[in-house]
Design a protein around this ligand. Sequence first.
Ligand SMILES: [Zn+2]
Length: 319
Amino acid sequence: MSITIGGITAAPGEKAKGFLDAGTTSVNTYRVPLAVINGSRKGKTIGIIGGTHGTEFASIDAVIRAIKELDPKKMKGTVLAVPVLNGPQFEHKTQFLSPFDQLNQNRVFPGDKEGTLTHRIAYTVFENVIKRCDALLDCHGGDINEDIRGFTLAGKGDDEAVNKVALDMARCFPARYINLFQVAPTGLSMCAQARLGIPCVISEAGTPFPVREDEVRFHYEGIMNVLRYFGVIEGKPRMVEPVTSKGSARLRAEQGGIWKPAVSTDQMVKAGDVLGVVTDLFGEVKQTVKAPHGGVVGMMRCFYSVNCGESLVSVTFLE
Ligand SMILES: [Zn+2]
């Protein structure tokens, strides 16, 4: 059966690409790019979103690679793939927030068709793409100020059968650990799990500069394994053992200055290990940041300057 979304139509065995209008600024129309990859045989529909945060480039690159590599003639089922959801942040390279309405794209789902641009982008993808899906992958990574080596969040809600599928999807990414994330009916794209029972996973890897091949592959291999898991493409998925995190701590600057990290992302640390220091502009150490608990470094700040209260580093506890 042919699939039509907006003005994009793909017959069985076809890949169609186009854009969905989301909202207008004073002179431009912002659009959501969408690839409809319709397998020659019937099967599950899997949604893959990149660029919900528009500077998380490694994840965007992986979604683009998946769109290019997937062959609908060999597929059983459908892939609906959005390479860059958040066009405003992608084009303006802002930190977390849209330059138009200062909103975080991943806090406004399921969106509002009468809201500001970020709300309308969420509404457009939720109504046209996410609602059609049997499972959803939302690919993220370090935003413009962050470096992340690779972990996943699996949606956790009231339905144990759905939770199990979400955990299996998270296991399809080659990550050291999985965070179980309590889903809510509004906010993240994962609200689709709470509202509609669609199993949801967020993959997190990468930093904007440079876009590293191993982190593009982290997302890409995860996407392909999820498609194998659902039988959309042939083969057996490679799945990791489900090591779930036991909590995490995000450490922040007590006062502004210069951030000098002493560890890197994905490094194991013990309680009390020095993770970095904040100095003043004369080189004097003002804050020594130590691990509050043993674990793995999840997120690392990659900006040199820091303002009071901003994130420096996170540690995820594995036991
Ligand atoms: Zn993100």
